[in-house]
Design a protein around this ligand. Structure first.
Ligand code: UTP
Length: 482
């Protein structure tokens, strides 16, 4: 019988897992090997820490609006400042010092789509997947700024194989595969909320789940990608999440503001619709800017208003950031790892006593996740930049209702119409229209391309891009005939 390695046995004992030890002894050699290898991969020091720490409340201190903040322009002078930020961001892109990062390791349980969320066909007219839309934005930027933008895609054991295969099947959507870097985040076990015991999902499997979008930091380092990008001269990372098709990847204005303020990590925000809106807010706590999750924000703090009636804590996080690689390396060298947060969830588990899988209908266990925004308080300068919600933020979280494919697609169409109107093209109100990100990534980009004759309207009411770089699909702005 293969013994339990000494050190692992100590970890199990020290962390109150004696029933699991008994279970290991009852297993066949082969099954025990399988479970032991998973247990050996557990991050025991983090696990001991989360088991010892039953405090779930985030110490909030005195909440104030964030300190370094750039609001949308209201005056000609502010518009000129934004233009200068945009120019700085464009120069940075052209210099080849920017990489993009997509985190796509989440389980997407709320959407209920049985594949990685990025494979969801969100394009209301084209049927483009989320992945296609982002990749084609990068193509456009590489072409426009005659530059190279490495695209780092974080997956998890839940999403990795399908995501990689999807990119391969679609020829990386025209991107150069040598600049698309997949890397996998870690997992963390779920814990029985009553007994603190590690849960199994089957007789020989731990009930692991991806360790949160903040798992990016450790995985980025462990994969070697951080060092690789740094030695290739990359200085800034544009981070975005897979569920927002409105994300304007590598948005030059945001990059430019980040640079101008010498920021370590910048966050794009939109004004909350109302006090009760369920989104994390940017706030300064004891002088440090950070994100306070909606579940942690006391309702009375959320409801506070300024004398003009506007919300005091108005800045809702879009989960888009620019981070300097220098800052990420320094954080890893000093703090090491981001903290874990616990969430009380219904987690199916293998009942050791009755030797069967139980699917609870109410929360029974804690899952643990790291959040990328916990980097903010460590930054000397953490800049907050406002964006227009209609332009950049319409996430797909739920299958129906708010933040669903239906609301997101309506927003995609509305933005396309808005850009076309800016470019002098009107469309019948009832006609759905979509702009392929490969054609243009902003209203100004679109206008210039139409003026330059790079996009033309066909009799079938389609705008077609004329470019030798085009790889997948001909019509770049498509309108369904009504
Ligand atoms: P969410 O917090 O919305 O989680 O992720 P989710 O897993 O996608 O969806 P639900 O909560 O199960 O319905 C926000 C972003 O963070 C990524 C997701 O892929 C998404 O881009 N994420 C989340 C990871 O990359 N890894 C994780 O462990 C969790």
């Amino acid at each position: 019988m293969a013994p339990i390695p000494l050190e692992l046995g100590d970890h199990l004992q020290a962390n109150g897992q004696s029933r699991l030890i008994d279970h290991l002894h009852r297993l066949s050699d082969e099954s025990r090997e399988a479970l032991l290898s998973q247990l050996a991969a557990v991050d025991w020091s983090s696990l001991s820490r989360v088991l010892a720490d039953s405090n779930t409340a985030v110490p909030l201190g005195q909440l104030a609006p964030p300190q370094s903040i750039v609001r949308l322009p209201q005056t000609p002078e502010e518009s000129a400042n934004w233009q200068s930020a945009t120019a700085a961001g464009e120069a940075l892109l052209a210099s080849g010092k920017v990489a993009a990062m997509l985190v796509a390791g989440g389980q997407g349980t709320r959407l209920g789509f049985p594949h990685p969320k990025g494979m969801y066909n969100i394009g209301p007219v084209s049927g483009f997947s989320l992945f296609a839309g982002f990749a084609r934005q990068i193509l456009r930027l590489e072409e426009k700024y005659a530059t190279r933008i490495p695209y780092c895609i974080m997956t998890s054991d839940v999403t990795h194989a399908e995501t990689q295969a999807f990119f391969e099947t679609h020829n990386y959507f025209g991107l150069d595969p040598s600049r698309v870097h997949f890397f996998q985040q870690g997992v963390f076990p779920s814990i029985d909320a009553n007994t603190n015991e590690l849960l199994l999902s089957g007789p020989t499997e731990l009930a692991n789940s991806p360790n949160g979008h903040g798992g990016m930091l450790a995985a980025f380092q462990k994969s070697g990608l951080l060092a690789k990008l740094q030695s290739a001269g990359i200085e800034q990372l544009y981070y975005h999440q897979v569920d927002n098709p409105g994300a304007i990847v590598c948005n030059p204005s945001f990059l430019g503001w980040h640079l101008k303020h010498g920021s370590s990590i910048s966050t794009k925000v939109v004004a909350k619709v109302n006090a009760a809106e369920r989104m994390g807010v940017l706030a300064a706590i004891d002088g440090k800017t950070q994100v306070v999750e909606y579940s942690d924000l006391p309702p009375e703090a959320a409801a506070q208003t300024n004398p003009d009636g506007s919300l005091r804590l108005w800045a809702g996080s879009t989960a888009m950031h620019v981070m300097s690689l220098k800052f990420l390396s320094a954080y890893l060298a000093s703090a090491g790892a981001l903290p874990f947060h616990r969430a009380f969830k219904a987690v199916p588990y293998y009942d050791l006593q009755h030797q069967q899988v139980v699917k609870p209908t109410s929360p029974n266990a804690f899952k643990f996740e790291r959040f990328i925004f916990d980097l903010l308080p460590a930054a000397e300068v953490a800049l907050v930049v406002e964006a227009d919600r209609a332009e950049e933020f319409y996430p797909v979280k739920n299958a129906t209702g708010s933040d669903s494919p239906a609301t997101s697609q309506a927003a995609i169409i509305a933005r396309a119409k808005c850009w076309l109107t800016t470019a002098g093209i009107t469309t019948p109100e009832s006609q759905p229209v979509e702009i392929d990100p490969r054609a243009a990534t902003s209203a100004i980009d679109l206008t210039h391309r139409i003026e330059a004759g790079e996009l033309t309207t066909t009799p079938a009411a389609m705008l077609v891009l004329h470019t030798p770089l085009e790889v997948n699909g001909p019509a770049l702005i498509t309108m369904k005939s009504s």
